[in-house]
Ligand binder design. Structure first.
Ligand SMILES: C[S@@+](CC[C@H](N)C(=O)[O-])C[C@H]1O[C@@H](n2cnc3c(N)ncnc32)[C@H](O)[C@@H]1O
Length: 278
């Protein structure tokens, strides 16, 4: 006899640690066996097939060994999308939706702006902006070819046509272009930060996380480079760590950005800082 849905979920919950154990068990079952969470709730006493038991057990073992849920299921929700992810890309975070919100507050609904998303990873920010502002043209760059393959696949899966992709370092592949807005969630963790050993971070690509000894190397490069790529009055918006707002504001001020602002994420931490080009 094989276990029921409730039995296998109860077993999984007891093996997974942390406050999310229940949700993670349900998501693992949903994603690995195609048994939705609502179905699980309505049919707790239904027996699983042998095949589903094996699939679930193998996914559970990977999770217990520390592999991020998103890499096991191959997807992560961001904005209103389910995005494909792999170990080649950062797992999109809810904090980054704060950057999308701040960008959308500044892009008029009918604008036909040119927008750059630097270090696009899975394409999360570029895709959210492209879908919310279909008349804008988004250019998304990344140094990682593997990330760009995932981002392009996500654009195809979402049926998004107003994004183009370019490989290279930050603005280098789009040297001759001018933008009304540049957005970026760069790597911003200091190389010796103990958080790098926690949660999903050990499994994520280092080049998506770490940026020098104080976490600001990428931001120090992107801010001055952006000046010559923004139209007058254009915006630069950057995601950063909770304790970097002051440094980022200072760097923006040094190269002449005006109307510098910082916004908090929903956890109450400073998360996005930006300004307007002269
Ligand atoms: C923090 S991740 C952000 C990914 C995605 N934008 C998101 O918000 O989920 C940083 C991204 O920057 C990319 N990256 C790192 N160095 C880069 C560089 N010099 N030029 C362009 N992209 C770079 C990484 O490959 C990674 O995809």
């Amino acid at each position: 006899m094989t276990p029921t849905i409730l039995e296998i979920l109860t077993k999984a919950r007891s093996k997974l640690t942390g406050p999310e154990a229940r949700l993670e068990s349900e998501l693992l079952l949903a994603e690995t066996c195609g048994i939705s969470r609502s179905y699980q709730g309505i049919h707790p006493d239904e027996e699983l097939s042998e095949k589903h038991c094996l699939q679930f057990d193998s996914a559970l073992k990977r999770r217990i060994a520390g592999e991020p849920l998103a890499y096991i299921t191959g997807s992560r929700g961001f904005w209103d999308m389910d995005l494909k992810v792999s170990p080649e890309v950062l797992i999109p975070r809810p904090d980054t939706e704060c950057l999308v919100e701040q960008a959308l507050l500044r892009i008029p609904a009918d604008a036909g702006w040119q927008i750059a998303d630097l270090g696009t990873g899975s394409g999360a920010i570029a895709l959210a902006l492209a879908r919310e502002r279909p008349q804008c043209e988004i250019t998304a760059t990344d140094l990682s070819m593997a990330a760009l393959v995932i981002a392009e696949e996500n654009a195809r899966l979402q049926g998004t046509k107003n994004i183009s992709f370019a490989a290279g370092s930050w603005l280098q592949p789009i040297k001759s272009s001018l933008f009304e807005m540049i957005v970026c969630n760069p790597p911003y963790i200091p190389a010796d930060d103990p958080h790098l050993k926690q949660g999903d971070l050990p499994a994520e690509p280092e080049h998506a996380l770490i940026s020098g000894s104080d976490g600001l190397d990428a931001i120090r490069q992107i801010i001055p480079d952006s000046v010559s790529h923004l139209k007058p009055g254009g915006f630069l918006l950057l995601e950063h760590a909770y304790d970097q707002a002051r440094a980022v504001s200072r760097l923006l001020g040094h190269v002449g950005f005006k109307e510098i602002f910082t916004k908090k994420d929903y956890g109450g931490n400073d998360r996005v800082t930006g300004g307007k080009a002269d």
